[in-house]
Design a protein around this ligand. Structure first.
Ligand SMILES: [Fe+2]
Length: 279
């Protein structure tokens, strides 16, 4: 019987020979996705608030610093109110964070840069990643949040640890206030069912799945990782919860993408009533 690993290797070899050149080019074909996010009872100061999300850097061996610098420059050029980083900073070795963190610190955003950890950061050494990012002024939200003042309840940006660490939604949401707007950063998108059931989060931002990374011949179904299979890419409504899963920037396992180009996400908060009138 052919094992899953053997099947994947054979599929990958076929894809590499058939689409390798195309896939190598697509891995550098950065796209900006603009996503309007309708939020009920959004305070007027937050109308048009711009959050730019970057995810899944997987810096080295395949994803190079020049490509990530280009993505970071693109993010800053969007004049974001806030930039969020959704985890998987490193891939093969944790040491690469020492080169990546100062580059991430060059991002310009009115309310700064906030981050959560991914499963690869835990595999390689989460403490080293947290310390390097924090040293460069990036707020790492591990089961905690930060309240930005606005109206009665404010804008609460919460972050959970990865499912590979100590995922604690309740701890992360302790500062969420009734009447405010709550955004949750969570590396693995499939926690959305649990988050929606809690009922306090308006917007969940995730990455992890790379949209399958290679979407060709159905092989993506086999490549989607645990925690990133149900809400694999793009936007979803899960009850009252709005979820967006980024395809991310880097690659893992192979240096290519097919049918799933790298993504810089620009999310724009809009009052839900105004959004429905516009539609
Ligand atoms: Fe991941």
């Amino acid at each position: 019987m052919v094992s899953r690993r053997s099947f994947l290797s054979a599929s990958m070899l076929t894809l590499l020979s058939a689409g390798g050149v195309k896939g190598l080019a697509e891995a550098l074909d950065l796209r900006v996705e603009e996503v309007p996010v309708p939020v009920p009872r959004l305070c007027s100061e937050l109308e048009g608030f711009r959050i730019v999300a970057l995810s899944d850097f997987h810096f080295l061996p395949y994803t190079q610093i020049d490509f990530l610098k280009k993505a970071i420059q693109r993010a800053s050029s969007l004049k974001p109110d806030l930039v969020v980083l959704l985890g998987d900073f490193v891939d093969a070795t944790v040491e690469s964070i020492h080169e990546l963190a100062p580059v991430l610190a060059t991002i310009n955003a009115r309310h700064g840069v906030m981050a959560v950890l991914g499963n690869h950061d835990h595999i390689q050494g989460s403490q080293v990643v947290v310390e390097a990012l924090s040293r460069h002024g990036i707020e790492v939200l591990v089961n905690r949040g930060i309240l930005l003042p606005c109206g009665l309840g404010g804008l609460y940006i919460a972050g959970t640890d990865s499912l590979s660490g100590r995922f604690q939604l309740r701890e992360a949401l302790l500062g969420s206030r009734p009447g405010g707007t709550t955004v949750l950063l969570a590396h693995e998108p499939d926690v959305a069912d649990y988050v929606a059931a809690d009922g306090r989060v308006n917007l969940q931002l995730s990455g992890h799945s790379h949209g399958g990374q290679v979407r060709c011949g159905g092989v993506e179904r086999l490549l989607l990782p645990r925690g990133g299979r149900k809400y694999a890419f793009g936007s979803y409504k899960v009850g009252d919860l709005f979820v967006h899963t980024s395809r991310g920037l880097g690659t893992t396992g192979l240096p290519l993408r097919l049918g799933s180009p790298p993504e810089v996400t620009q999310l724009i908060l809009t009052n839900a009533v105004d959004a429905s009138r516009a539609g």
